[in-house]
Structures are given as C-alpha cells and as structure tokens.
Design a protein around this ligand. Structure first.
Ligand SMILES: Cc1cc2nc3c(=O)[nH]c(=O)nc-3n(C[C@H](O)[C@H](O)[C@H](O)COP(=O)(O)OP(=O)(O)OC[C@H]3O[C@@H](n4cnc5c(N)ncnc54)[C@H](O)[C@@H]3O)c2cc1C
Length: 466
C-alpha cells in the first residue's frame, strides 16, 4: 500500500463511526489530526484523516470493522511517545486512539495480577500497585506519559530490565481485537499455563501491526522493601562502561546500571540536579532487596568495583528526594539533548555486555571522523545504548545517515541488535535486513498477511513497503 486513503471511503467510515460511537468520539479538526500525526521519533508528520476515540472493546471492534469494510487504513495510538514512528498513520485513514480506555479494572494482591485497559499510563499503574505493596517493574523512562498498550505493542524495556526483565515478562493475558474486528482472549491469569500456541508472546512486541489490545492482564511481584541509589562518576564514558561490565562480571545484580556520557550529563546538569564538576561520565546504580543491611552491602560492593575500575566519585542518595532528583535528571536526557543542536536522531542499539566499552569507543571515533556530535546514554547493565547523533540541519543529513548505517552495522557485527526496546516501526524498517535473513523477514510478512490480509492495520511498519 502506498496511496493515501480515498476521501469518499474515509467519509463512509466517518459516517458509520459517528453513528456507532457518537460524534464526540470522531475528530477531524486539523490541529488534532496534525498532533496525532507526530510522535517522538523525529521522522516527520503524517496526519490521519480521522482520529477516533473508542471507550470500550466493542467500540474498537466497530472501528476495525468499519475500516475493513471501506478499505481505509487504521493505526493504533497510545500516548505517541514512541521513538520508531509506530503510531504514525503513514497513509492517513484513522488514528485509533486508546486514550479513553484508561481504567485499572483489578489489582489482586492474592493472585499478584493487575487487569488494565490499554490506555492506562504506565506510571499511574505503578503508583496504584505500589500503594498496595506490589510492584510492576517495567519502567520505560517515559513512564509518566506512555501507556500500557503502547508498552505491550513495543515490548518496552527500561532501566530495571537488568534485574526484572521487560514488558513481555509481565504480560500473562490479552484481550485482542483482530484487524477484521473479531475479539479474542489469549493467555491466562496464572503464572504457569502452556495450553496452545503462545499467542500472547506473538502479540507482545507486534508494534500495532497484528491487532489492538483492549485489556491486558499483568503479573505483579511484591514491592522490594529497600531501594538504594548512587551516582558514580568517571573521567570517561569508556571507563564507566568497563566498570559496568566489571560489576556484572563480579556476580552483583543491581536493579539498574544506567550510563551517561559527557554530552548527556552536560545537557541535564543544573536542571534540578547538579553533577560533580569534571564528571566525564556517570553510572546510576540502584540496588533493591528485603533488608537495609544487605542492600547497603550490595551498593557498597558496586561502589568498590567501580573505584577499582577508575571511578572518581561515588555519591549515594541520602533520601527519597535526592533519589527522585537523580532519576529525573536521567529521564530527562532524551528531551534535554534536543536543546544541544537543532536536530537529533536517537538510536537504540543493544550489544553483548562484554562489548559495550569497545562499541562506545568505536562510536566516538566514528563521530570524530565524520565531525558529528554523538551522545551516548542508556541501560549499560543490559547492553542497551541510546546513541544520539546531534546535528545542525538538513545539509548534514547525508552524513548522519551514513553514521546511522555504520552504527547499526557495528551493533549487529558484534552480535547485537538494531533495536533493544524502541521497535522497528517506520524509522528502522529499511534496516531490518541488516539483522535478519531474507527467509525470516518473508516468514514474518506471511504472518502479517495471515492476520491482516488486506494490509489495512498500521501499514508501512516493520517491513519496507513493496
Ligand atoms: C523521553 C522518552 C523516554 C523513553 N524511554 C523508553 C525506555 O526507557 N524504554 C522503552 O522501551 N521505550 C522508551 N521510550 C519509547 C516509548 O515511550 C515506548 O515505546 C512506549 O512503549 C510507547 O508507548 P505509547 O503509549 O506512547 O505508544 P505510541 O507511541 O502511541 O505507540 C507505539 C506503538 O504501539 C502501538 N499501539 C499503541 N497502543 C496499542 C494498542 N492498544 N494495541 C496495539 N498497538 C498499540 C502503536 O500502533 C505503535 O506501533 C521513551 C520515549 C521517550 C519520549
């Protein structure tokens, strides 16, 4: 599919949905269409023809049925914090926003599960379960704004993936509307359960291309009673990366080990938290557990290993306020880097942990060779690096594109991946072949055709358009 949706077919869908959902659920105001045509991928603006806001699974079914019957493309949308362009309606048609489906339906301390609608904001769910002494660990840095539906679609990760895993590890069951409007329930409410194919495993991470989630059953765990956090600074990012590998090789498992290079630090320095002067790089280490003594001991071990590996300073947060300030600095890097240069491309490679220091050195050398500013931060503990190329404008774009290809080739060459958590979407569809063999890509295309023979659900994502 390459053309935009046909206006008369869009009009047919609009009339059908205004009847089925009410006029308040169907928007065509140009400002709103433009807003839903952008996300955090910096890949451009692709306005839909209609934004539709269902409030229930049966309304989602009605939207998908109307789009199928009029052959109009439809793209699911969460909170548009995506960094791979997954929610962009490339061919117009309908932006199907799940934002009104934002109820937490159940939190069960007995069964250790939560049942939620897809539009629930991730951070809101975290707060609600923590108030009951429970823990939902996946913590994308966008947690104050992104949705559980978007997290499921992208199989979102976050700093705590190092110890606790990613979204997929917590999704037990899904209510799911297929592209033709049929509603299915896959998965379970129990930890164990192996009946049938693992369709939940397939749907998680399918980037809004195989169906639309309308309810998610999530596993919870008990809330760790003690959490301690430290900022450990280094002269250079390569030293910090080596120290991160040394910590993990010593058999210590912090719940986060976040890396920030000099450019990332200077972008957020002074915004609520001041880094020690001359910090060329930093690790944000966080340890959790049951009792204070063991957690303190574990954090002490992390500090010692880092000192042996070149750390210049180790500052433990003394209270919750200091902890939150450290995290707020870390979480604002992505946004703060936008102020450094007019344009930025944010990459999301993951490499084997033993290769992090080497990869960072090679990326720095590449930046110097091409005359580009390269900022690296991310989840060093699990090898997931957000490498940001900052540049002045379109005249530098060809150089930036060369840098991106070299970076992705480097990641794959050392046994890593082109995307650790942001997904392929639109931004990386032309690079999937760097990592996956043609047979694997064509098998996935067949899978997509099986679920969505007309190719109307989120067209143009994951694979290059033919
Ligand atoms: C500052 C910042 C920090 C970030 N940090 C992280 C991080 O640490 N880890 C991480 O993994 N990501 C991170 N991200 C990326 C982004 O927040 C995640 O990909 C998130 O999961 C997207 O959720 P969303 O609700 O915004 O979804 P959107 O961006 O709206 O959509 C993302 C994809 O999900 C699909 N989708 C949305 N809802 C549904 C549904 N109900 N059913 C089917 N498909 C659906 C869309 O079609 C699209 O393909 C960050 C982004 C920003 C801006």
């Amino acid at each position: 599919m390459t053309a935009r949706a046909d206006p008369s077919q869009v009009a047919e869908v609009r009339a059908a949905l205004e009847r089925a959902l009410g006029p308040g659920a169907v928007k065509a105001d140009p400002d709103q269409l433009r807003a839903y045509g952008r996300d955090e991928s910096d890949t451009g603006e692709f306005p839909a023809d209609l934004v539709v806001l269902p409030s229930s699974a049966s309304e989602v079914q009605a939207v998908l049925r109307a789009c199928q019957s009029a052959a109009v493309p439809v793209t699911p949308v969460g909170a548009r914090t995506g960094k791979s362009g997954g929610s962009l309606p490339l061919h117009g048609g309908v932006s199907l926003s799940l934002e009104r489906m934002n109820r937490i339906k159940l939190i069960s301390p007995e069964d250790l599960i939560a049942v939620v609608e897809p539009g629930v904001i991730t951070g809101e769910l975290m707060k609600a379960v923590e108030a009951r002494g429970l823990f939902y660990p996946p913590d994308p840095a966008s947690l104050d704004s992104c949705t559980i539906g978007g997290n499921v679609a992208e199989n979102a990760g976050g700093p705590r993936a190092l110890k606790y895993g990613v979204t997929r590890d917590y999704v037990l069951g899904l209510e799911w509307v297929l592209p033709d409007g049929r509603l299915i329930r896959a998965g379970r409410r129990t930890i164990k359960g192996v009946a049938g194919y693992d369709l939940v495993g397939l749907f998680v991470g399918s980037e809004g291309t195989l169906g639309v989630s309308t309810e998610v059953t999530l596993q919870l765990i008990p809330l760790p009673r003690q959490v301690m956090t430290a900022l450990i600074t280094f002269a250079s990012v390569v030293d910090a990366a080596r120290a991160a590998s040394a910590v993990l090789a010593a058999g210590v498992l912090p719940r986060t080990l976040e890396l920030m290079d000099d450019l990332s630090i200077s972008a957020v320095d002074g915004r609520g938290f001041s880094f020690p002067p001359n910090a060329g790089a930093a690790l944000l280490a966080e340890v959790d557990g049951i009792d204070e003594a063991s957690v303190l001991g574990e954090l002490g071990r992390v500090g010692e290993i880092c000192e042996r590996n070149g750390a210049s300073q180790s500052l433990a947060a003394q209270n919750e306020d200091q902890r939150q300030k450290l995290w707020s600095a870390r979480r604002s890097i992505a946004i703060a880097l936008r102020a450094v240069k007019p344009c930025k491309i944010s990459e999301d490679i993951a490499v084997p942990r033993s290769r992090i220091a080497e990869v960072i050195s090679r990326l720095k050398a590449m930046g110097e060779e091409l005359g580009l500013a390269v900022a690296t931060y991310g989840h060093a503990g699990d090898g997931n690096l957000h490498v940001n190329v900052l540049y002045e404008g379109p005249s530098e774009r060809p150089k930036v594109d060369r840098a991106i290809v070299r970076m992705l080739e480097l990641a794959v060459g050392v046994g890593g991946t082109i995307t650790g958590e942001h997904g392929v979407g639109y931004a990386k569809r032309d690079f999937l072949h760097l990592e996956q063999a043609p047979e694997l890509i064509s098998l996935q295309r067949e899978l997509k055709r099986f679920f969505d023979p007309a190719g109307l659900l989120n067209p143009g994502k994951m694979f290059p358009e033919i």
